[in-house]
Design a protein around this ligand. Structure first.
Ligand code: M6R
Length: 364
């Protein structure tokens, strides 16, 4: 049931601290600060990893790619499942393939899995539904333990997918000897902090989000920008907004702004910039200044350090606690989900069951 919540989506957003804690406990030995999660896939030996998924699960996979490459030095090939097998990717049979799916029944993802199996790759599945077809056909199953997700717009499954991918990337990094013992432990400690920080963020940003949602609900187009792992998050933010509020939204790499989308900037199109104070912050800040100089309206989602370093008089800001880079995508997902949710409510759409969409897409 929805309990005291108006919609399943709202309930599922607020369940995140709890389900993430549950998922992490499965993958991480907190007493020992160890992530030994790699059973079933030999991350130490594979030359590369192929990832395939659809929609929100694909964006989780894109963020996973950043982590596997950065921490485990493992090259990742990734594509949406509906394109993956048509590209004739030269995959080595010594590689492994990872399929990410909440439902475990998505037709394109399943077809990609079978394609990789034919090629002789070892198959891993990051799924929520444990007895799904994708789980059954995989060699190694990594459950995300999000509990059932009813809202068509994926929220808690996304952040649980990220928590599992982060744990796998840390486990892979240790197996491959690409992080030191201390670095590995620090990453694990940061993951362990996440549920508490999520709880705090969910409680503290609500009124600000409701105010900004009023603004968004009057717009026809919204642009989301991000750099690094905030780039896939920008695309996820745009997907979330369009699927439940029916407002047109696009997610772009911040650096791509001047290669086209900047032509769209005017007072009528808000630009939501996702920019924690990370290695890329000042680059994104300069992209933001390009938007401001053209009269664009900016909503900056940043952390305390980022807020201090930017001119807050000229924009709306959502300020989150400063967190380590590895957990930023999960923490920054929260305002993005809530913004879409509250905007959709103001638009009067059917939030849990938006038009034309199904929870599980079983046709190609
Ligand atoms: O069940 P799956 O994770 O395989 O589903 C993939 C997509 O259909 C799904 O993430 C879709 O994009 C959601 N409605 C997004 O909120």
């Amino acid at each position: 049931t929805k309990g005291s919540h108006r919609h399943f989506m709202e309930k599922e957003i607020h369940e995140q601290p709890e389900v993430i804690a549950h998922a992490l406990a499965h993958y991480i030995d907190f007493a020992d600060n160890r992530a030994d999660t790699v059973a079933g896939l030999d991350f130490a030996r594979i030359p590369s990893l192929a990832i395939s998924a659809c929609g929100t699960a694909y964006f989780a996979g894109l963020i996973g790619k950043y982590w596997f490459e950065r921490y485990a030095r493992l090259p990742v090939e990734i594509d949406v499942a509906s394109e993956f097998r048509y590209r004739d990717i030269p995959l080595s049979p010594q590689s492994a393939a990872l399929f990410i799916s909440q439902s475990g029944e998505t037709a394109d993802t399943l077809a990609s899995l079978r394609y990789c199996k034919e090629l002789g790759l070892k198959i891993g599945a990051v799924v929520n539904v444990g007895d799904s077809t994708i789980a059954r056909e995989a060699d190694a199953v990594f459950p995300i333990l999000a509990g059932s997700e009813i809202g068509v717009a994926s929220t808690k499954a996304f952040t649980c997918q990220l928590a599992v991918l982060a744990s796998l990337a840390i486990g892979a990094a240790k197996a491959r000897g690409t992080v030191s013992e201390d670095e590995g432990q620090a990453l694990v400690r940061n993951l362990a902090e996440m549920p508490r920080i999520m709880g705090h963020v969910l409680n503290s940003i609500q009124s600000k989000i409701e105010l900004l949602a009023r603004d968004l609900s009057k717009c026809d187009h919204v642009l989301y920008l991000g750099r690094g792992t905030s780039f896939p998050l920008a695309m996820e933010g745009a997907l979330k907004l369009k699927e439940i509020s029916y407002i047109h939204a696009e997610g772009y790499a911040a650096g791509e702004l001047k290669h086209g989308p900047i032509a769209l900037i005017d007072q009528n199109m808000p630009v939501i910039v996702i920019a924690p104070h990370d290695r890329f912050f000042y680059k994104t800040l300069s992209n933001m200044e390009e938007v401001a100089a053209r009269g664009g309206r900016i909503i900056l989602i940043t952390d305390e350090k980022g807020a201090a370093a930017s001119n807050r008089d000229t924009m709306h800001t959502i300020v989150l606690p400063a967190v380590d880079e590895i957990i930023a995508p999960m923490i920054f997902s929260l305002p993005i989900q809530l913004l879409a949710y509250h905007t959709a409510i103001l638009m009067g759409t059917d939030v849990d069951q938006p038009r034309n969409l199904a929870k599980s897409v079983t046709v190609e």
